[in-house]
Design a protein around this ligand. Structure first.
Ligand SMILES: *Cc1c(COP(=O)(O)O)cnc(C)c1O
Length: 490
């Protein structure tokens, strides 16, 4: 018989709970201070090489004290963020988060729920948050939904359900069971995650038809209609139309009502990628243009973008709850619900998405919506839109700046253009200008190419931004542009 090991047993809780308490108070003091003064720092700071090198050290085998770890965090990690919590961060589409949202993440970290299964509060909060999301968008109350890591997975989740709705027995037979090649339709301005979704669901990227856009960067309806007819004539099987409620490049909203009509006529799935733009529906002047969201078979949107909540949290809603469940629910012995006890709880959330283990991201949504109320979010989003229009006007009024796309929501694309350069020179000039803006800490927009022209791209999903920050960015753009022109002329 083997000898039983009677060595003292170990665990990972602190040896001295007072230490963790002391550190905890210190962290709260430091972090609240950090947030309060976020705007006084630069929007972005380059990481020195010696700091980058520190992240190449091998795995620690022996313990490091918690105070020392925290010091290292303050020295090497905290000073070099992407900067999206800064009032002058306008790059990509990155939300700001809130202090209470950070606390919610701390609290869910303490509870450390696996918010999938069991009769536990997290599942009820999750369910309530999904219902609130439906209310936000005036989506049918009997629809279903799931919180996921973000828009990409939300869109993929939607396309999985759409595919399984068109192919009977898709779960067992896969796309091979379709009587032809499936095709989906979206505008050429559609986010690249839908290309990934087409790859994941097995139809392949080529079968996602990217239809050309109009001068307003909206899908060309006639081109869409004729592509669908052409595909049908060639034996393809159109199964889904994807509309944009806010494209990533310019914030364009596709003519969603017309897309809905086409989808209904063709009797195919209508999905909306509203990663950020769906939330503009909270603003009265956008309600009509985004009304089709209420009728869409599925809609994907992020709470970590234009709802200003902590990463990560996105949502996808489905009109047909049964179809949603059918796509993901596979009865398995170890997940069976019981009559009473821990396993009595609501149905496992894994019946509604790809993930089994999932964090309690619903808590930050729940706390944030309670803290501010939906009306405050509507006002906040309206303010960001007003700021974008304000910025558009500043650009148009400046003789050395050029507005590169119409402002329709919260995105502004512009460039420095003193008037005597060709597009190739302007592209080089503006790229250099943007990098200097970042390095000098003027502001942090990002870039895009519109019809081959390099643009400085400003997306405002930032509750800390004020008009003054936009003025400073404009002044900085012109100042750096003028310096570059002098260097250029030498
Ligand atoms: C950001 C974005 C996505 C992807 O969302 P993630 O949360 O980053 O995964 C999809 N579509 C649009 C229009 C987006 O702006």
């Amino acid at each position: 018989m083997e000898e039983i090991n009677t060595k003292p047993e170990i665990g990972l809780d602190p040896a001295d709970w007072n230490d963790i308490k002391t550190l905890g108070y210190q962290i709260i003091d430091d972090m609240v201070n950090y947030l309060q003064h976020v705007g006084e720092r630069k929007p972005w700071t380059a990481i020195p090489q010696d700091v980058k090198d520190k992240f190449k050290n091998p795995i620690p085998l022996k313990p490091t004290g918690i105070f020392e770890i925290y010091e290292e965090f303050k020295q090497n990690i905290l000073p070099y963020p992407g900067g999206n919590i800064h009032p002058k961060h306008f790059a990509w589409v990155q939300g700001t988060g809130t202090p209470m949202g950070a606390f919610a993440d701390l609290l869910s970290g303490v509870m450390n729920n696996n918010a999938t299964i069991a009769d536990q509060s997290a599942l009820y909060v999750d369910k309530q948050v999904i219902n609130w999301c439906k209310e936000l968008l005036n989506y049918p109350a009997d629809g279903s939904g799931i919180l996921v890591s973000g828009g990409s997975i939300a869109n993929i989740t939607a396309l999985i359900v759409a595919r399984n709705t068109i192919i009977t027995n898709a779960k067992n037979a896969g796309v091979y069971a379709a009587p032809g090649k499936l095709t989906a339709y979206c505008s050429a301005e559609t986010h690249n995650c839908l290309g990934k979704a087409a790859e994941v669901i097995g139809i392949g990227n080529e079968q996602l038809r990217r239809i050309r856009v109009t001068d307003l960067y909206e899908i060309d309806i006639e081109a869409l209609k004729s592509k669908i007819q052409e595909d049908k004539a060639n034996g393809f099987i159109p199964f889904c139309i994807i509309g944009n409620a806010g494209t990533v490049n310019t914030g364009a909203i596709d003519p969603l009502n017309e897309l809905l009509q086409i989808a209904r006529n063709e009797q195919i799935w209508f999905h909306i990628d509203g990663a950020f733009g769906a939330l503009a529906k909270l603003v009265p002047v956008y309600q009509n243009r985004l009304k089709a969201i209420e009728e869409a078979d599925s809609v994907a949107f992020d709470l970590h973008k234009w709802m200003y909540m902590q990463y990560e949290v996105g949502c996808v809603l489905f009109k047909d709850a049964a179809a949603h469940k059918q796509a993901f629910a596979n009865p398995v012995n170890y997940l069976t619900a019981h009559d009473r006890g821990l396993a009595a709880g609501p149905e496992t959330i894994s019946n509604y998405g790809m993930e089994l283990s999932r964090g309690f991201k619903a808590l930050k949504v729940w706390m944030s919506l309670k803290e501010h109320g939906a009306d405050k979010y509507a006002a906040m989003i309206a303010q960001n839109i007003d700021q974008a229009y304000y910025l558009g006007v500043q650009v148009q009024q400046h003789p050395k700046l050029e507005l590169m796309a119409p402002v329709t929501m919260n995105i502004v694309c512009y460039r420095y253009n003193p008037g005597n350069l060709d597009d190739e020179q302007l592209n080089m000039l503006n790229k250099e200008l943007l990098m200097r803006m970042h390095e000098q800490g003027v502001a942090a927009p990002s870039s895009t190419l519109l019809q081959g022209k390099y643009c400085i791209r400003v997306a405002i999903v930032n509750h800390r931004t004020r008009r003054q920050h936009l003025d400073e960015m404009i002044a900085g753009t012109v100042e750096i542009g003028n310096i570059l022109m002098k260097e250029f002329e030498k």
